[in-house]
Design a protein around this ligand. Structure first.
Ligand code: LLP
Length: 403
């Protein structure tokens, strides 16, 4: 099957499974993963899929079958990863601001842990001392990423222990004889400039000699994917050669070889995803022609939350006259997907497809307005599998306690 699912095929899926519908194309995930492993084939590198982007269990199983590792942002993601078949030594839990109970649970599961506060590091030391290797998430004070809301490494960010507090980290390491196995940084999402990663490495190189047990450095995720027409993704070949070069310039930092880790989320699953919606209503006004689809920010929050751009196509009328539309949802709030966008003439009942919807699409959806969450379909080996049924009315009441 080609790189992209065809419009005709997407129409058939819309007809078969109804809309709104998330569709994921497994082969695209495989292709993205191969780009990473091919570029880094001569380096000691591991990739941990940042599964916060998309945790459908079948997607996790598929990514596990490719040989990737997984990065989790909650203990439940870690449990999903175990359920999907990842062995505990392929599961990384990069925690942030969590209660120590979760760290204890992560230890009991035997997974790899990155701790992001002095407070939890101290508790970890008191409880486990050197008995369990642990990583430290640092805040490198680097500004990067496509939008302030997805920038995590800058000097006002809550994430990680600020690098300027490294002496305090070292005091704890000494006090509890901690076995610090990795140093982690993650600067943000949608980083096209590979020099940002190199800058991160440079910061870590200065710190590496201070940690005697270090085996890994973890540079986080954040590779850019092309959302807009004409956009390009992070050049992974260039990244691989620059990382290699950085190590060549600092041979054997701290006196031992180090494995490099990355945690890509969007890069693996953004482009595999299609969100198919149906046009409910077209409303002509002086300001705009509004196209209301059978969805809203309850299903795809990225445009409203991050001003994110998703390419939209009218797959039901691909040769229609291009016109300008505001594409909006049907919920009782302003839920604009696209302002003043050129799309082939839209008629009520047409299917509009949002591209690059695999990452942080379904995953950030909600039941706002008591609407149902969409169904999800995984296309694998030319076969479409329903991998989550659409909500039904009972789902809205499922956890409620009626008095
Ligand atoms: N590692 C850590 C520690 C992270 O916090 C993240 C993302 C990643 C890896 C993966 O980043 P990615 O490769 O997916 O860019 N919901 C936002 C993105 C938030 C990312 C949060 N952390 C969006 O839809 O753009």
């Amino acid at each position: 099957m080609s790189d992209q699912l065809s419009q005709q095929y997407l129409i058939s899926l819309g007809n078969q499974f109804g809309t709104p519908l998330y569709v994921y194309h497994a082969e695209k995930i495989k292709q993205q993963y191969a780009k990473l492993t091919t570029a880094f084939k001569n380096s000691d590198t591991k990739f941990f899929y940042a599964c916060k982007a998309l945790t459908n269990i079948n997607v996790l199983k598929y990514i596990c079958s490719l040989g990737a590792n997984v990065d989790c942002s909650s203990i439940n993601e870690a449990k999903l990863a175990l359920h999907a078949g990842f062995p505990s030594d392929r599961i990384l839990y990069t925690s942030n601001g969590i209660a120590f109970d979760e760290i204890a649970e992560a230890v009991s599961l035997g997974i790899i842990i990155n701790i992001d506060s002095l407070s939890n590091l101290e508790k970890f030391g008191q409880t486990y001392g050197r008995s369990y290797p642990v990583g430290i998430r640092l805040r490198p004070n680097i500004m990067a990423g496509g939008n302030l809301k997805i920038s995590t490494g800058h000097d006002r960010s809550k994430f990680g222990i600020p690098v300027d507090q490294i002496e305090k980290v070292l005091d704890l390491v000494k006090k509890y004889d901690l076995n610090i196995a990795d140093l982690h940084i993650h600067t943000g999402s949608e980083i096209k400039d590979v020099d940002v990663f190199v800058k991160g490495i440079e910061i870590l190189f200065d710190l590496i000699p201070k940690f005697a047990d270090l085996k890994f450095i973890d540079l986080g995720g954040g590779f850019k994917v092309p959302y807009k027409e004409g956009d390009s993704e992070t050049n992974i070949d260039e990244l691989a050669s620059k990382v290699k070069e950085a190590f060549a310039n600092h041979p054997n930092p701290g006196g031992r070889p180090l494995q490099v880790w990355f945690e890509p989320g969007k890069f693996l699953v953004s482009e595999c995803g299609y969100f198919i919606t149906k046009v409910n209503v077209i409303k002509q006004t002086d300001a705009a022609t509004f196209v209301s689809v059978d969805s809203g920010f309850n299903h795809l929050i990225r445009p409203m939350f991050y001003d994110a751009y998703h390419r939209i196509e009218n797959i039901s009328n691909p040769n229609g006259q291009p016109k300008r539309y505001s594409v909006v949802g049907n919920i009782c709030e302003t839920d604009t997907f696209a302002w003043d966008r050129t799309i082939n003439e839209v008629r009520e009942g047409d299917y509009l497809v949002f591209y690059n919807a695999g990452a942080y699409g379904f995953e950030m959806s909600s039941n706002f307005n008591s609407r149902y969450k969409p169904a999800e379909v995984l296309v694998k080996d030319n076969q479409a599998h329903l991998v989550r049924r659409r909500d039904v009315f009972e789902d809205l009441l499922r956890n409620q306690i009626e008095l």
